[in-house]
Ligand binder design. Structure first.
Ligand SMILES: [Zn+2]
Length: 687
């Protein structure tokens, strides 16, 4: 089976957010002492990227970013391009320099420098990779070939290397978040989501996928590729028909289904979960969380009804394609053509060295991340961010105090939850220890196998102990931010604490409109349509009164209707239900940051902001929010995101938010004659 990492099923909730980017710390101390120039423009905003021929009230996203959007091209090896990408590419260069330095040390075996250098070196050694051919994969393919019965197949499902029709992961137990538990979710598809199998207008993706499966068999020298491909495709189609939608799979009330082992075993007896969990080291858990019970039940039936030889082909194909980067060029190129070009629109593969940087930066992320932080993350940024987070929290508490649709008891619970938020800024307090990992200079395939075993074994070892609140979901050089409802933690890695998100020398309006709104977005996740189901401990508990609950849902429903009306690609719309949590996060985040900005002005400047380049403080605040979202997508990437990404496309993260805020109408003189105008009674205000 494949591990389900924190990106599927239950975990849709904890997945990182891609909110905005930071720009400076608009904290009072940083503000008053700043003397250097901001990195972007004269006050933190790129005036040259605007299109002032567009009326702000007609299309605010284009007004703020139109020239940049028109003049920027997506590099041929990328699927989308925006501020996140710019920072990610910079971090990539910085991490590459670190990797090359560590590699040049020729350090002794077993040191972290040796592991970093040799993992990168083994990735770059394409002549060895080509020369070895499929040989490194052979032991695993032989395991598959040796299977004779459904029991044999089941035993292969219960390893971390082989594809299976379900996934398993380890997470804090929502019933008691001081300990871990195991969850089981739907899985087993090679296309990104069931919609790719089931929706009529995705035929071209299905055609390409069928041909791709056959191509992998041909490249592996296995005959009858086309026949095998059809059987695999038909099998995945059957699984897809039983899968839950993305919207249902992020609904905590639907996916929270705790079951003792007897109940899980009875749900899909064909899959023999008792033996599988034992084999995986996951037995002895009080209750297993089953995300999509009907899909797991169906997977059991489909498993029994499908012949052993089809399962063998299915596993063979998936094993090869999921390891294609460590196999000869032809496999890698075929895999890229499917997942990079067809499904995401990239014209060419990223240069191999950059892919190597991302491999090492991801797999040994906290080893290179430690050096990255020393070099590129000023300690002042951490304290400035701490102040900003405190300012945002205070602003939100003030809003909660006076929120007219919330009753006092629910309000007290909300304030209690807010008071226990744990912000994590820059980098982890304790770094990952890689001493149990073995990396060899001439064995890329083995390195990747050992890395996945290492990561899995670490998680399994954690299962017995208390929940580790120091673990980070990604390395510090990541350009992102996230909220984890089970831990009530918000995390801002060093990578995002840079312009245009955060710049100690930028105008306060810019910092509040950018990183401030990102902080607000993450705080908002604790109170979005799913986050609000968890209490201050991260436990699932209903702390809402009936009437307040109804008022929340009425507001959320209206927001969902707005977003479902947005259509960035002809014939395809945003899914207002699936993107609900992110949209609530954006709307609440900008609202919170705006309140915090004005509290800042009240404290420092008698409530007054200067006019700069003809823009008022409020105008600069909203322009900063728009700037962090400017982004271009290839159409296939956008189609893919509409089906699989809980975030709305960037133009709606801007326009969809501002049109609900009265203060934006005032700031830009927007009237009913403008395209983005909403009558006051249609504007949604939640937080
Ligand atoms: Zn988010």
């Amino acid at each position: 089976m494949k591990k389900l990492l924190l990106s599927t099923a239950v975990l849709a909730l904890t997945v990182a957010c891609q909110p905005a980017a930071p720009t400076e710390t608009a904290t009072d101390t940083a503000h008053s002492t700043a003397t250097a120039s901001p990195e972007i423009g004269t006050w933190g905003f790129d005036l040259t990227g605007m299109d002032t021929s567009v009326v702000a009230g007609n299309d605010f996203y284009r007004y703020a970013n139109g020239t940049w959007l028109d003049e920027t091209e997506i590099p041929s090896d990328l699927t989308n391009f925006g501020m996140f990408t710019v920072l990610a590419l910079e971090a990539e260069e910085q991490v590459q320099a670190i990797i090359l330095e560590l590699a040049a040390m020729n350090a002794a075996d077993g040191t972290i420098e040796q592991k970093v250098g040799d993992l990168y070196g083994s990735w770059m050694d394409t002549s060895t990779i080509d020369q070895l051919g499929l040989a490194p994969a052979r032991p695993y393919l032989d395991q598959i070939a040796a299977a004779e019965t459904h029991d044999d197949i089941n035993a292969l499902f219960a390893t971390i290397h082989h594809q299976s029709p379900f996934g398993v992961g380890i997470i804090p137990d929502p019933a008691d978040t001081t300990r871990y538990t195991v969850f089981v979710g739907q899985g087993g598809l090679g296309l990104p989501d069931r919609d790719f199998y089931l929706e009529e207008d995705n035929q071209r993706y299905r055609d390409a996928y069928l041909a791709f499966i056959a191509q992998i068999f041909d490249l592996a020298g296995i005959e009858d590729g086309a026949t095998r491909a059809q059987a695999i495709f038909d099998l995945e189609m059957r699984l897809a028909e039983t899968h839950w939608s993305q919207a249902d799979s992020r609904d905590i009330q639907r996916i929270y289904n705790p079951m003792p082992m007897e109940q899980l075993a009875a749900l899909a007896p064909q899959l023999n979960f008792e033996a599988s969990m034992e084999q995986l080291g996951l037995s002895g858990v009080a209750t297993y969380l089953v995300a999509q019970p009907s899909a797991i039940e169906a997977a059991g039936r489909i498993f029994a009804e499908t012949p052993v030889d089809v399962w063998q082909d299915y596993m063979t194909f998936h094993f090869i394609r999921s390891n294609a980067g460590a196999l000869p060029e032809a496999f890698d190129a075929a895999n890229f053509a499917m997942y990079g070009t067809t499904l995401n629109g990239a014209e060419e593969q990223r240069p191999r060295d950059r892919r190597g940087v991302n491999l090492v930066g991801g797999q040994l992320g906290e080893a290179v991340g430690q050096v990255y932080v020393d070099r590129h993350f000023p300690p002042e940024s951490k304290s400035a961010m701490e102040s900003l987070v405190a300012n945002l929290t205070t602003a939100f508490a003030g809003r909660l105090d006076t929120l007219d649709w919330m009753d006092d008891e629910t309000r007290a619970n909300a304030l209690q939850k807010l008071s226990t938020f744990e912000p994590r800024i820059g980098y982890p307090d304790e770094w990952q220890n890689y001493s149990d990992l073995e990396i060899s200079a001439d064995d890329l395939f083995g390195n990747l196998i050992r890395l996945s075993e290492f990561e899995w074994n670490e998680q399994v070892a954690d299962l017995a102990g208390p929940v580790d609140r120091n673990a980070w979901p990604y390395p510090p050089q990541t350009v992102n931010a996230s909220y984890n409802p089970l831990m009530n933690q918000i995390t801002f890695p060093a990578g995002i604490l840079q312009p245009p998100f955060f710049d100690p020398n930028a105008d306060a309006a810019v910092n509040y409109g950018a990183i401030g709104a990102v902080i607000g977005h993450e705080i908002g996740h604790g109170f979005d349509d799913q986050g609000r189901r968890f209490d201050h401990d991260g436990s699932i508990r209903d702390w809402w009164s009936e009437q307040t609950n109804e008022r929340f849902e009425e507001r959320a429903d209206r927001l969902g209707v707005q977003y479902s009306g947005y259509s960035p690609v002809e014939g395809r719309s945003v899914n207002g239900e699936f993107t609900m949590g992110e949209n609530i996060g954006d709307l609440g985040g900008v609202q919170m940051a705006y309140t915090a900005y004005h509290r800042h002005l009240d404290a420092c400047c008698d409530g007054q902001a200067p006019v700069i380049d003809g823009f008022t403080g409020d105008q600069r605040f909203f322009l900063a929010w728009a700037q962090v979202w400017r982004r271009l997508y290839r159409e296939d990437n956008l189609i893919n995101r509409l089906a699989t990404d809980p975030h709305s496309p960037s133009q709606y993260r801007t326009n969809g938010v501002v049109r609900n805020l009265d203060v934006w109408y005032e700031a830009f003189g927007v009237t009913e004659d403008n395209d983005l105008y909403l009558p006051p009674e249609e504007r949604v205000s939640i937080w």
